[in-house]
Write a new protein. Structure first.
Length: 447
């Protein structure tokens, strides 16, 4: 047996190095080596949207491996990625009909950024290369994706290696200080993008990237729909491509199949990962609108110089095609109901002295902790409030997704809950009980 100390993935972000060892997983449960059954209220990291027992995956995987295990998509094609591309085009809003396959959410965003640059070169704008992101966002760990990322905690160590791309404030109604109605505030927030495009020079800006509903950095934060309508107007006016990063929000997580459907706005590109294979294989995708894709087909003939050895891998693509078929209307409806049930069972937390905000979109719930509810002052990061809530909930048998806002005090500690859409009502009760207990327990120690 190998020495677990040699496993380099114990990066942990401050988590306990003695992670529980998991022997097996089924439905919404993780079973530890010592026989404890934990409820996976995080669905991995919002990955296992259908739970850990998706029927038919093993047969699909076996069948694919018997047929063809690997092909380079630079020179060949085959059924699995073609079928997957077709079903994503059918599922995606508007004319997001072209799909490129890579292996992770980070790579899908890298791909989108490069596609944006090449699209603009093809359309006669070779200087449009800047990507604008938002503060308190997460788009991935690779250097391009991290450059667009606005989560300062995740950026700080690698800051000297990142592009100097600008960021606009997040879509974070809880901490907005704009005047007016929710709609007016949303429009004011969106106009920060217009200001930044003008400051940078529109002739240099290639794309704006945003999580439609924020994920790991400020979980479940989302604006009034007027925000994305205004973003769409601004992007059209300045010839800036709008990339919706749906790596976490895709596949029913926030209610509809894709979070942009909540806002009725079609982006120019959409990046997908996580729930695309439900965790059964590494695969991600960049979906592109017809008019953008057409520039590659009808353009100068200069090839799009980008690819990954395992992009569109037959095994991953076949599994993903099977998994995507399982996101039926009934499954999405169950996810919405379980999300509603969970927020209503957590209702008492809305008045809790250390809770500033409880927000949700479908089956994505964010609980933000504050030292002072009136001033919304975050806790001192050294108190590790999010980790302590996480630890206590885990002791009670519930796995959650903790996070801290930032090193610069823009946001508070928080806990994200993203259970499988298929979780049972009984397990939702277990999750709510454990989280309430954990918050009360930690509140006693920080009061
Ligand atoms: N984009 C979003 C919104 C994410 O939440 C994540 C990961 O959590 C990523 C991109 C990066 O995906 P990956 O970890 O698969 O590279």
């Amino acid at each position: 047996m190998g020495n677990p100390e040699h496993l380099f993935y114990k990066w942990g972000g401050g988590m306990d190095p003695d992670f529980p060892r998991i022997r097996r997983a089924y439905d919404e449960f993780l079973v530890t080596e010592d026989g404890r059954e934990l409820v996976d209220a995080a669905a991995g990291a919002a990955v296992v949207n259908l739970g850990h027992s998706v029927p038919g995956v093993a047969d699909v995987a076996g069948g694919q491996l018997d047929e063809v295990s690997y092909l380079s998509l630079s020179h060949f094609s085959h059924d699995a990625p073609e079928e997957l591309a077709e079903s994503l085009a059918t599922a995606a809003p508007g004319d997001l009909n072209a799909a490129f396959f890579v292996n992770s959410g980070s790579e899908a965003n890298e791909m989108a950024f490069k596609l944006a640059r090449t699209y603009h070169r093809e359309t006669g704008n070779p200087h449009k290369n800047t990507i604008i992101g938002r503060w308190q966002s997460y788009h991935g760990a690779t250097l391009g994706a991290l450059s667009a990322t606005g989560n300062t905690t995740r950026r700080s160590e690698y800051e000297p290696m990142l592009h100097g791309w600008p960021h606009v404030p997040p879509a974070y109604p809880y901490r907005w200080s704009y005047d007016g109605t929710r709609e007016e505030q949303a429009i004011a927030a969106a106009r920060e993008l217009e200001t930044t495009i003008k400051q940078e020079g529109p002739e240099t800006v290639a794309a704006f990237v945003a999580e439609p509903v924020s994920g790991a950095s400020i979980p479940a934060a989302h604006p009034h729909p007027a925000y994305y309508e205004e973003i769409r107007r601004i992007c059209d006016e300045y010839d800036v491509l709008f990339i919706a990063d749906e790596v976490m929000t895709g596949f029913g997580r926030t209610g509809p199949m894709f979070a942009m459907e909540r806002f009725d706005v079609v982006p120019d590109m959409m990046t997908l990962g996580k729930g695309l294979s439900g965790g059964y294989a590494p695969i991600s995708a960049t979906l592109v609108r017809d008019d953008v894709a057409a520039e590659f087909e009808n353009g100068s003939g200069q090839s799009f110089a980008h690819g990954h050895t395992f992009g569109g891998n037959p095994l991953s693509a076949a599994i993903a095609a099977h998994v995507v078929d399982q996101y039926t209307d009934a499954v999405l409806e169950t996810g919405r109901q379980r999300g509603e049930q969970l927020v209503s069972e957590l209702a008492s937390l809305r008045e809790h002295p250390i809770v500033g905000d409880v927000r949700h979109a479908g089956a994505m719930i964010g609980i933000e902790f504050v030292a002072d509810r009136d001033t919304k002052t975050p806790f001192d990061p050294d108190l590790n409030v999010n980790k302590r809530v996480y630890d206590r909930a885990l002791e009670q048998g519930v796995y959650t997704y903790p996070g801290s806002g930032s090193v610069d005090g823009i946001a508070g500690d928080h806990l994200m809950l993203t259970p499988p859409l298929t979780i049972s009502e009984e397990s939702i009760e277990r999750v709510a009980d454990a989280v309430i207990d954990a918050v009360e327990h930690v509140a006693e120690t920080v009061a």
